[in-house]
Design a protein around this ligand. Sequence first.
Ligand code: NCD
Length: 349
Amino acid sequence: MSVWSHRHVLDLAAFSRADFAIVMELAHRFRSMPVTGARKLPALQGRLVATLFFEPSTRTRSSFELAAKRLSADVQSFSPSSSSLNKGESLLDTARTYVAMGADVLVIRHRCTDVPAQLAAELDEAGERTVVLNGGDGQHSHPSQGLLDLYTIANYFHRNHPQPNALQGKRIVIVGDVLHSRVARSNLWALSACGADVVLCGPPSLVPEAFSTFLEAPPPGQDLDPVHQRGKVQISRSLDECLSSADAVMTLRLQKERMTNHLLTDLDRYHRDYGLTHERLLRCSFSGPVLHPGPVNRGVEMSGALLDDRSICLVEDQVRNGIPIRMALLYLMAASEPVAESSRISASS
Ligand code: NCD
């Protein structure tokens, strides 16, 4: 049996299989609650959740804010363009301002790796009770996205009871710009922890060979891997080959804003080699679900027709599931009696 033990949520490398089970089970309960009538739960009444997004976001930010509101928290959102950052205030001093206003949770997104972890260390050192939830840092980690993707895939295979075991032995393909993707990295930790094998597919410029050992080093900041037996990671250059033996496929946006040199010159060729279409899925006899964390470049990562085909493409499910997943995280991190409550939400490892 296991109980929730994470003060901050910075990285899924630190999660055991039991941690994934706790979040999935709680999210499932939140998702199953009726959305009509009393939409709000009182769990975070009187708590303040501040969303500090130093990078653009549509889904993650709105989803965190809706999740916080559905738990009755007060929500304060920070927007860099109209803030005192323009007057030279540092990021840390900006965050301290929200702590001084009484923020219980800081959800932070930043283009630099480790900004959320540095902030969390600073708060711990200062003895503050405020906790940090990583909303995406650089190319490093995007825990809430990894969790909602995991939940969405598990729910596809085990409808009505999504749990880590639903992933055991599954073969999940992640295709595209893995190099720049914090989503791919968080998915690697999450899927492998639940026993899935992950195939990373793309050209060498976007999926370097070094990713084949990604899961071998101890997770960042830890001596021991909290997971006893992870699924494997493999690299492939042929999407057709991967698809013919895959259970699910996730495609990633080409992150041109993070590409320092011209890694891709020909988008038509990229679409031909690595784009998902109905024709390709049919040719490869692939009948599983297609996922994408969004935002999507229609006609590049996948055809517009596939993106709009809800019988195959789970993009809208991912967005929908993001709210209960983030409710679960906020609840576990900030509800008034987290220990008593989480011991009832326990799971076997
Ligand atoms: C992703 C991100 O910001 O890391 N989007 C998201 O959070 N849904 C992926 C991306 O920007 O391509």
